[in-house]
Design a protein around this ligand. Structure first.
Ligand code: AMP
Length: 306
């Protein structure tokens, strides 16, 4: 009997194999050179490459991106990098959950071919002096509440795209403004990559999966699904009454506050370019950011006229 192996054996030239893991070995590259060697070998075989950038603490939301990448590409590279440039000094960079061994197991099980895990020094060596700033879609929303955040995101995503040169890169709609920033970045800088958005994965009670949900106390976790409920109720109300944007948003903010959240914003924006929408006049997105205890939650839902 002849066994035809449609996917050539995993390999990572210049990389390493992480041994001793419950699910076997997974190829890891910790340098840009090792990443490029692996990708070049696949490219020489005309295999398409999908990139899934993450900051780790892997959950089902990240794995939905991996599954989408596997659907569109022969090879999937996931990156694990907690990017210091996208955290303000007051934010949770030091405390951000890090769980490399568990993340590698999750990636391996989901069928990732290579995990790129650069150090901060590999990404930002001494003398690093470049920032990528995207106008328009970066302004307002998280851009206003997290100064410098999208410069950090755009800078690291530009680097990851150019280091890997994938055919497609996969980002979650959970971070909708980030998805729009990355689309604008690839378009404006002529980076030859397809940017794919993936639907938000939620818990049974509606809470969007997030690495930061680990910060929630049991009582906060019980409150947290209110965010999605208010988004859905407000979206339904807007579809019913497209001119009542200001009143609907004011009511939603009041409901969020009454539930115990401090509200950064609840806003309706054009789904394509994130410009303000004083009336629901076409495909839109309702986006919110709130704080509960020490945890900041963001979420968004689509809204369309009836
Ligand atoms: P992070 O590790 O939080 O930077 O997220 C890495 C990628 O996973 C980003 O493109 C996120 O938008 C995406 N992501 C995070 N949470 C979810 C989720 N619940 N559903 C779908 N994608 C997600």
């Amino acid at each position: 009997m002849t066994i035809v192996n449609q996917r050539p054996p995993r390999q990572c030239l210049g990389g390493e194999k992480e041994a001793g893991m419950a699910t076997g070995d997974i190829a890891v590259a910790r340098s840009v050179d090792a990443l490029r060697q692996a990708v070049a070998a696949w490219r020489a075989r005309h295999e398409r490459i999908g990139l899934v950038p993450t900051m780790g603490a892997i959950h089902e939301g990240h794995l939905a991106l991996v599954r989408a990448a596997r659907g569109g590409c022969e090879r999937v590279v996931a990156s694990l990098f907690v990017n210091p440039k996208q955290f303000a000094p007051t934010e949770d960079f030091a405390a951000y959950p890090r769980s490399e061994a568990a993340d590698l197991t999750a990636f391996q099980t989901a069928g990732v071919d290579l995990v790129f895990i650069p150090t901060v020094a590999e990404m930002y060596p001494p003398g690093f002096a470049t920032s990528v700033e995207i106008g328009g879609v970066s302004e307002g929303l998280d851009g206003a509440h997290r100064p410098g955040h999208f410069v950090g995101v755009a800078t690291v995503v530009a680097k990851l795209l150019l280091q890997c040169l994938p055919d497609a890169a996969y980002f979650g709609e959970k971070d909708y403004q980030q998805l729009m920033v990355v689309r604008r970045l690839a378009r404006d800088l002529d980076i030859p990559v397809r940017i794919e958005g993936v639907t938000t994965v939620r818990e049974g009670d509606g809470l969007a999966l997030s690495s930061r949900n680990a910060y929630l106390s049991p009582a906060e976790r019980r409150t947290a699904p209110l965010l999605y409920r208010v988004l859905c109720d407000s979206a339904a109300a807007l579809t019913q009454d497209p001119e009542a944007v200001a009143a609907t948003l004011a009511r939603g903010i009041a409901q969020l506050r009454a539930g115990g959240f401090a509200v950064d914003y609840l806003e309706l924006r054009d789904a394509a370019d994130l410009t303000a929408m004083p009336q629901l006049a076409g495909p839109a997105r309702l986006l919110a950011a709130v704080h509960i205890g020490r945890t900041r939650l963001i979420d968004n839902v689509p809204v369309a006229p009836a």
